[in-house]
Design a protein around this ligand. Structure first.
Ligand code: AMP
Length: 613
């Protein structure tokens, strides 16, 4: 721990400024949550008056109205597929005001997909300001609970991904890539709260090995200064630890000698790292000793001894990583600070040291106009949500405003943004946990329909079904048929990977060689969406595995479900399993395990754009 000052120090001008700045931010949160209703009305009126003449609103007959009642009566609640023709026009170069009166500056490529491709979310220049504002709320909030965070650095593993151009010439890239490349991030004025161990150049390096290596090296060199560590999602942080496991000898060599590995070839990265890297044999010895110990339990607190918390999102599907994070960090608090998407940044966790199972996010009413569609779930099953594809008039009227949601009720989030989405269904299901003044706090429950996820990938049941359908064609020559299957996101391996359990009915006499199952694995991977394939290519997801199980295994699975109270008449094989005893049951009856022999194909951008650019 940093030494306590020997005698009381006078507050410097700088200290005073910081606490005043924090107080201002907290007051902002107080104000917008107290006046959430009025703020939401103002935001909606602002969006509608600015965009009164855009084609989409005129087409729907809004006629320049800016009031809530008319808006709710006239405008349809939509999904991506509904607005895709308009998005495609913008992507193809139509510059007329279709969705928004301000020019669309770029597309943000969501990890949610449509037809296997990333969804394209329009954005405008000023949205960067809104995103920056949300980020600026995080540190003043956590500083109320963890003092002294301005006295050291954050070690965050942050990465950019490749970008593509739409046929009309607009850039299409993930929202974080857009943010890190913007001047809001790159040219941020000095602020003790955005003082990171990773120089910008290491974050902005597209080569994932060089980026990770240099960020890890800089983090190790400044190990005593680090007060918090993190990544955006838990999976990314665990990948960094895994990287250290693989590469610590090389990293120690660099620290010992003060020279940078020749594998780091990017000149700007080399220059930035060399400003930090100095020969430090003592530190190299220390890291070597810690990393060569048999157990890696608590490696975070051992190598970065002043760390107070791990800043990663572990709500939603990322909760599968909590045990691994607890192990590596010796139970440091896991802090989920914010809830955001490509469509819009939504909200912050005002009680960041709470238990991970109790995390709730307060939506910030200035970010967008929010509405909520009540969700009624079957059997309490996380993924078995009865959600109509498109809503009838009555259902559209069921949408409630931010201030009118009820504690304990679950809702699907619907947003109207400054960048031209109107009553757009985000696809997330949230539950009201309570209120901060007039603004609700939400637990993140799940993303609609997603069955499998390891990193940013989100695979739904239909995609999985189609992929399996394509793969089983390899079994035909052997007169073998797939009788049942299910899947499991195995995060015990690093990186995690998809596992499919297959039960076969084999009539042919020729045994099926392992290479055929490997072909099946690869066909499934080739059939999955672009986000899955990209994660495979950059090794955030491991090779897909098919486990062939004994005949009768799925009957046993049904027996087990019925013993737990499922109804025989209504029993359906779950297409994804999570419950540990069920996974154990399946694993106990595995005849053979087969892995995908190589990565599926992936290129940035939409398939359709390749010949158009
Ligand atoms: P993307 O559009 O690719 O940026 O992904 C946004 C989605 O990630 C959201 O709609 C959520 O489903 C998920 N997500 C973002 N933040 C969180 C969070 N704090 N907890 C759980 N899921 C989150």
């Amino acid at each position: 721990m940093p030494e306590a000052p020997k005698e009381p120090q006078k507050a410097t001008e700088y200290d005073y400024d910081l606490s005043e700045k924090n107080n201002k931010t907290l007051q902002f949160i107080e104000d917008v949550t107290t006046n959430a209703g009025q703020v939401q009305n103002r935001v909606l009126a602002e969006i509608l008056s600015r965009n009164a003449h855009v084609e989409y609103l005129k087409r729907n007959g809004l006629n320049g109205h800016t009031d809530r009642e008319t808006f709710k009566k006239i405008m349809p609640v939509v999904t991506y597929e509904d607005i895709q023709p308009d998005i495609t026009r913008v992507a193809n170069g139509d510059k007329s005001p279709i969705l928004c009166s301000q020019p669309i500056s770029e597309f943000l490529t969501s990890s949610g997909t449509s037809g296997g491709e990333r969804k394209l979310m329009p954005t405008i220049e000023e949205e960067l300001g809104r995103r920056s504002l949300l980020y600026s709320l995080l540190m003043p909030v956590i500083s109320q609970f963890v003092p002294g965070l301005d006295k050291g650095k954050g070690m965050y593993f942050l990465f950019i991904k490749s970008e593509a151009k739409t046929p009309g010439g607009l850039v299409a890239r993930p929202v974080l890539t857009s943010y890190y490349k913007s001047s809001h991030f790159k040219n941020r004025p000095y602020d003790p709260y955005t003082n990171y161990t990773s120089p910008n150049e290491t974050i902005l390096c597209l080569d994932s090995y060089q980026s990770m290596y240099s960020q890890m090296l800089c983090g190790l060199c400044q190990n005593k200064e680090v007060l918090r560590v993190g990544a955006v999602f838990a999976s990314g942080f665990i990948r960094a630890i895994r990287f250290l496991e693989k590469h610590w000898t090389l990293l120690c060599k660099d620290i010992r000698t003060g020279t940078l590995s020749t594998q780091i070839t990017d000149p700007s990265v080399r220059e930035a790292v060399m400003k930090i890297l100095k020969p430090d044999p003592k530190l190299a010895d220390f890291i070597e000793a810690e990393c060569s110990r048999e157990s890696w339990q608590g490696i975070i607190t051992r190598l970065w001894p002043n760390t107070k918390y791990v800043d990663v999102i572990v709500t939603g599907t990322m909760s599968q990583y909590i045990p691994t994070l607890d192990y590596y960090s010796n139970g440091l608090p896991l802090v989920c600070t914010m809830y955001a998407s490509s469509e819009c940044y939504f909200g912050v966790n005002l009680n960041p040291l709470c238990k991970t199972s109790e995390v709730s996010y307060t939506l910030i009413p200035t970010m967008a106009y929010f509405e909520f569609l009540p969700v009624h779930r079957n059997n309490g099953g996380i993924n078995s949500i009865s959600m109509p594809k498109s809503l009838n008039e009555k259902e559209q009227q069921e949408l409630v405003d931010l201030v009118d949601v009820k504690v304990g009720q679950e809702y699907e989030l619907v947003v109207t943004t400054y960048a031209g989405l109107y009553r757009y269904r985000v696809g997330d299901v949230l539950r009201v946990a309570g209120f901060k003044n007039d603004a609700p706090k939400f637990n993140f429950i799940c993303r609609k329909n997603v069955v499998l996820s390891i990193d940013s990938d989100k695979t739904d049941e239909v995609e999985l079904q189609n992929a399996v359908k394509n793969a089983v064609t390899h079994l035909m020559p052997f007169n073998a048929h797939l009788t049942e299957y299910t899947s499991y996101a195995d995060t015990k391996t690093i990186p995690g990977h998809y596992v499919l359990y297959w039960e076969l009915n084999i009539h042919g006499s020729t045994p099926i060689p392992p290479s055929v199952y490997e072909d099946c694995c690869l066909t499934i991977e080739e059939s999955l969406n672009t986000v899955y394939r990209q994660n495979r290519v950059c090794e955030s997801i491991g090779p897909l595995e098919i486990k062939i199980v004994e005949v009768g295994t799925f009957d046993k699975l049904m027996d087990y479900a019925i013993s737990l109270g499922a109804s025989i008449n209504q029993y359906k094989t779950p297409r994804c399993v999570k419950f540990a005893p069920i996974v154990e049951l399946l694993n106990s009856r595995v005849i053979s395990s087969n892995f995908s022999p190589k990565c599926p194909k992936w290129t940035p951008g939409h398939k359709q754009w390749i010949n158009m650019n």
